[in-house]
Design a protein around this ligand. Structure first.
Ligand code: AMP
Ligand code: GLY
Length: 436
């Protein structure tokens, strides 16, 4: 089979790497991909933008692609799946109507309140006067969210009333996020520990993937600005068996059933961003309609099952009879970012040490890299690489990933040395208490 994979980041590199290992897959073409992905056997790229739906459709038709798989949210919210299904093409992902779970925060919140799914109290506004009046009776900490897709930048966790008011004015009066911020959701601040809960869904049934957690803040100690994710690991010890059961019962199953009952059956990856409170009760922070980046990188390193078989079961509505096998090993990925990230990116700086990092047994997934005229791998983005390793425990995986990351250099590289600290602390306190 020839598979078309849409996207270009570290997530897509990890999906392509895993798909190319499938007994059913001869070739994976990534659009637009990244030149360094072509170092994987069976992986090539084609210069088509992820949001150029017509060109993607033409490629899928002319190359006899057996299935198209979509990495990022933008083409899903744009309606790639609807267009491909109308053309009779096999495609994995949610339709435009189902992708609104990520594409509109207001849609997601209304959906959750209709179906009794636990999430923060909220109100939606399209004018600043009403929103500012609401803020007078709802004080900080409070969270202001642009309704539409804002490339991960549309959420302000306001710790003071002034920050909340200025976020409202920025979005509703000054068009900070354009049309995406023409409506805002204001919601209560939730306290607890975050985790990523990712499932494959075939319209009726959800198959949960292994648990994972990411670090969204740029700097060590979870300080500094919010980013797309500076590192991730799997499993997430905060998701105990009891939390897992609650998430399936209270959130995932009602979401899948609710979407089907509303006439928008959900197919593809459903990623629930969770806040887990001190009692182990989970709340939805957000839905994503795709795999997480960088959660995918450690997840793919732990997946023992054939990924293509899981994708086929999803598209065929056969997940009730499918299962996913995971290594007992843990995996952890460290993002190497440009010093300018998230405000800016880096271009053209030569990256050294890639082969040395690979030689340690870690896997280097490429996101913002390119080849220069001399054939050097150079920086070309904000998040540049994700160095991922497996180990018997999170501590072990972390020390391998960190050691490999230390070998990689460019002038203004930035990465966090503390990825996984919460999991490490949890494991250490568990072993202290079990040792007596
Ligand atoms: P989102 O894009 O909705 O995932 O929000 C980005 C980040 O903002 C999340 O990962 C949380 O750290 C934080 N956040 C969002 N909503 C809330 C909330 N209601 N309470 C506390 N933190 C939140
Ligand atoms: N790592 C967060 C996300 O993919 O949205």
């Amino acid at each position: 089979m020839h598979i078309l994979l849409v996207g270009s980041g570290g997530r897509e590199h990890a999906i392509a790497w895993k798909l190319a290992q499938s007994a059913h897959v001869q070739q994976v073409t990534v659009a637009p991909g990244n030149p360094n992905m072509q170092n994987e056997a069976g992986v090539s790229t084609v210069d088509i933008a992820a949001t150029d739906l017509d060109a993607l459709q033409k490629f899928a038709e002319s190359e006899n692609v057996a299935m198209t798989v979509v990495g990022p949210e933008a083409p899903l919210v744009q309606g790639l799946v609807d267009q491909f299904l109308n053309a009779g093409l096999r495609v994995m992902g949610p339709t435009r109507a189902a992708a609104a779970l990520e594409g509109s925060k207001d849609f997601a919140k209304q959906f959750m309140s209709r179906h009794g799914i636990p999430t923060a109290q909220f109100e939606t506004f399209d004018n600043s006067a009403d929103a500012l009046t609401y803020l007078q009776s709802h004080s900080a900490p409070i969270v202001i969210k642009a309704d539409g897709l804002a490339a991960g930048k549309g959420v302000v966790v306001a710790m003071t009333d002034e920050q909340a008011a200025s976020a409202v004015r920025d979005m509703l009066d000054d068009g900070a996020h354009g049309a995406a911020g023409a409506r805002v959701v204001i919601e209560d601040f939730l306290v607890g520990e975050e985790a990523s809960f990712i499932c494959l869904v075939d319209g009726q049934t959800a198959l949960p993937f292994a648990t994972s957690q990411d670090h969204k803040a740029r700097d060590e100690g979870d300080a500094g600005p919010n980013t797309g994710g500076m590192g991730a690991y799997s499993p997430a010890p905060v998701v105990t068996k009891s939390v897992h059961e609650k998430v399936m019962q209270r959130i995932v199953n009602p979401t899948v059933q609710g979407m089907a009952a509303d006439g928008k059956p959900f197919t593809g990856f459903l990623y629930v961003g969770l806040m887990i409170d001190a009692n182990g009760d989970p709340y939805v922070i957000e839905y994503n309609v795709r795999l997480g980046d960088p959660e995918t990188q450690p997840l793919m390193m732990r997946l023992d099952s054939d990924l293509m078989e899981l994708f086929n079961a999803t598209v065929d509505g056969a997940l009730a009879d499918a299962s996913a096998d995971w290594s007992d090993d843990a995996a952890l990925g460290v993002v190497l970012a440009a010093g300018e990230y998230p405000a800016g990116s880096s271009r053209g700086e030569v990256i050294t040490g890639l082969a040395e990092a690979d030689a340690t047994g870690a896997k280097v997934f490429h996101a913002g890299t390119q080849l220069d005229d001399a054939g050097n791998t150079v920086t070309a983005g904000g998040r540049v690489l994700c160095v991922t390793a497996r180990g018997a425990t999170i501590v072990d995986a972390k020390s391998k990933a960190d050691a490999a990351a230390e070998l990689i250099h460019w002038p203004n590289v930035h990465w966090r040395r503390d990825i996984g600290y919460r999991a490490v602390a949890r494991l250490q306190s568990a072993s202290t208490s079990s040792n007596g």
